[in-house]
Every structure is written in structure tokens, then in C-alpha cells.
Design a protein around this ligand. Sequence first.
Ligand code: PRP
Length: 218
Amino acid sequence: MGNDRYLTIALGKGRLAKQALATFEKIGITCQEMKDPNTRKLIFVNEEYKMRFFLAKGPDVPTYVEYGAADIGIVGEDTILEEARNIYEVLDLGFGKCRMCVCGPKESKEFLGHQELIRVATKYPRIAKDYFYNKKHQTVEIIKLNGSIELAPIVGLSEVIVDIVETGSTLRENGLEVLEEVCPLSARMVVNQVSMKMEYDRITKIISDLKGALAQED
Ligand code: PRP
């Protein structure tokens, strides 16, 4: 009712972005411009719905949402746990399902049961620390890496890794396996805490429409 403020939605780049857009399409919110593979534009506007979409690196999505630069974010639960921002997590979108796991060569399994001081390579130091220190009560050395984590145990940087496993093919092709499961993961919708109050009607309508669309898929 006369609300001309644009709602801004941050999407994590990569695997989740396409599915996030497809999910919004199901509830009638489209952003045709964003699908152009050749575009160098960073932000896309849907004038009809007074909405703006932008793509950001996954770990930056909770930051944009916490500061209110985006009202809503779509991002993996792994990133939400790792970034630990002051944001509301409002909906499990059901796609992007995978697991956070401790992985390594099968010989490394023995290091996980005896309180050994091992090295753990990961892109997720907070999640790894919480798992080893608070759940397993095992003191470990966490080594932060930025990608291709599976390399670490192969070249002797660490005994194990904490990483995402989706199909398991990266592990299999590199002679590694899941040794322990930390937690299941999926894509989530997050909301800025002030936006939730100021734009309550628009945001709760989006959440309930998405819930309805997700229920139809089941
Ligand atoms: C992720 C993750 C694993 C892989 C798991 O990496 O870090 O390496 O996907 O998927 P799979 O079980 O289906 O093989 P990503 O492709 O995001 O790149 P990165 O290793 O550079 O982070």
C-alpha cells in the first residue's frame, strides 16, 4: 500500500543462485535480466515488485544482510554458521542439501578417537573449532584454507579436513572418505532484523508464499 521502498535480496553466487531464482519464479517474482550470462551488471531491478537482486560471494551475504544493505539473503547454512552474524534465519529452502563432514584417508579415522593433537584443514574454522572443541572435546590445530580443501591430507598439510560433501565424488576421486558427520546443510533464507519489523507484511508474504511453493514440491 504505497510502499515505494525497494526490497533488496542478496543471493550467494554459484550453485545456489540459480535454484534461488527458480524458487522466486515459482511465487511469481522473476528477474529476467539476471539470467543473461553475458551481463556485467551487479544489481538487477524488478520494477513491478519493487525488488532488487544482487549476487555476492556466499560469505558476504550475511554481512550485507546484517548491515541492512540487503533486506533478505539466500545462502547456505554452512555460511550462516561460519559467519555467525546478527540476522534472522527464517526458512529452510530445501535445496542445496549437503553435509558438513570430517574427511580424510581411512587411516586417519584412528586420530579421531584418541584425543590426538591433529591438524584440521578447512574453509570453516568456526564450525571446525566448535565441533572439535565443544562437541568432541579434542584439542586440534585448525588450518584455514580458501578452497580445494581435499588437497590438504593428500600433500600432508593436515590429517583430516572439515568440508562440505554433496555427491561425495571429490572425496572418491582423491582416495578420501567421510570419517564423521558434523551436521546436515541446506539453503536458507535470512532477513535483516530491522527489515523484519519495518517490512513485516511484505517479508512475511514472501516467506509464506515460498513455504506454499515448497510444500507443493513435497
Ligand atoms: C565444494 C566442497 C568440496 C566439493 C564437494 O567445493 O568444498 O570440495 O564441493 O562436492 P561433491 O561431494 O559433490 O564432490 P567447491 O566446488 O565449492 O570448491 P572449493 O573446493 O574451491 O571450495
